[in-house]
Design a protein around this ligand. Sequence first.
Ligand SMILES: C[S@@+](CC[C@H](N)C(=O)[O-])C[C@H]1O[C@@H](n2cnc3c(N)ncnc32)[C@H](O)[C@@H]1O
Length: 286
Amino acid sequence: MCADWSPPEFDTGTPHSARIYDWWAGGKDNFPVDREAAQRVAEARPGVLATVRENRAFLRRGVDAMAREHGIRQFLDIGTGLPSPGSTHEIAQAVDPSSRVLYVDNDPMVLAHARARLTDLGDRTVGYLDADLRSPESILASAELKAALDLDRPVALMLLAILHFVPDDDEARGIVRRLMDALAPGSMLMISLWAEDRPPAEQVEATERYADTGIPVRMRTPAECAGFFEGLEPLDPGLVPVSQWRRTAADGAAPSLADVALYGGVARKPGGPKAGRAAAAQDAEK
Ligand SMILES: C[S@@+](CC[C@H](N)C(=O)[O-])C[C@H]1O[C@@H](n2cnc3c(N)ncnc32)[C@H](O)[C@@H]1O
């Protein structure tokens, strides 16, 4: 444990998005106020539980594909969430143990878990930054990012189930653009987004209930979701419900599409070494 670190204070009277999501995922890192908010949204949108499960499976398949097929060895995962099996560093380091991950979140409970976990791991390939997505410059300029990632080499920027907390479309697109502009050619963008066509009536109710908790959220049309990939090369099968992105037999039976509220996809920044050669080039330089 760092000598200058003291545990963050938790606001247990106000719901937090990380702890609401944790309850939907079946976790225990949440307080009564979070459970109440999570239940209210789930009543309006029962598919949220399948959505969360499928989003985590999408994370696993996406990180594995970026690592194996595109040689990505560096990951910037913003909106980390509370610990659950199959985290980004576990998937990436199963492909290459030297893979590096910087997690970023602005929730104090996520910070507390990260401190404990990363210290336990004693692992310098995994870093954590307490920062806000809405301030991309502070993320890019941080000592944590500089220590964890080499921006002259491809990085996978991961924004899973977080962009709906930036309701303004121009602001959200600007954040993604500023982050991607800072990354080397051959970098990847992996996103999952709350989409409004899945199905609309329930989603509107669920969004309103979420907003009632004091956390503004915005779901996006499929066209607005696709806008995040502008200027990038989407990998097959493009932006689709997360349960459909390269699903394999190991994922088990697919839930009803009507239950899956998130679109997901992965895209590549043009230029740089082509798929598969990036890792070989990086390995050769080690
Ligand atoms: C719905 S969870 C998603 C967790 C994980 N990415 C996943 O897909 O399983 C959203 C996470 O984003 C974090 N978050 C929300 N707004 C944020 C912001 N402006 N800056 C940094 N993190 C934020 C929350 O604390 C939470 O941990």
